[in-house]
Write a protein that binds this ligand. Structure first.
Ligand code: FES
Length: 106
């Protein structure tokens, strides 16, 4: 696993999201009411750009902009069709220096 820096936590306040390119994949990092989640920016239904649509900060849910499947940001599990497979999620935390980091496969 490799540690990838996202941003200082002040730049990712509750209700915001940041897209982070990490080489092979782009990952959406969300601050959902103080809880941080990271999910791959690729829908499991048709490989659409999952994180470029709407999300629901109150429910910690992202909505695919292509066909409307809703995904739990914590688990990546779809909550509605047409998607039925989970999207990869990643561990994300705030380092002691205040920088948000996530663990991604090498
Ligand atoms: S590409 Fe996401 S629901 Fe179809």
């Amino acid at each position: 696993m490799a540690e990838v820096e996202v941003a200082p936590i002040e730049e990712l306040p509750p209700g915001t999201m940041r897209l982070v390119p990490t080489g092979a994949v782009t990952i959406g990092v969300y601050n959902c009411d103080g809880k941080l989640y990271a999910i791959e920016d690729r829908c499991s239904h048709d490989d659409g750009p999952l994180c470029e649509g709407e999300w629901e900060p109150g429910l910690c849910v992202v909505v695919c902009p292509r066909h409307g499947s809703r995904f739990d940001l914590q688990t990546g599990i779809p909550m509605s069709l047409p998607a039925f497979e989970a999207v990869p999620t990643y561990a994300v935390s705030v380092r002691s220096d205040g920088v948000v980091v996530m663990e991604v496969p090498d």
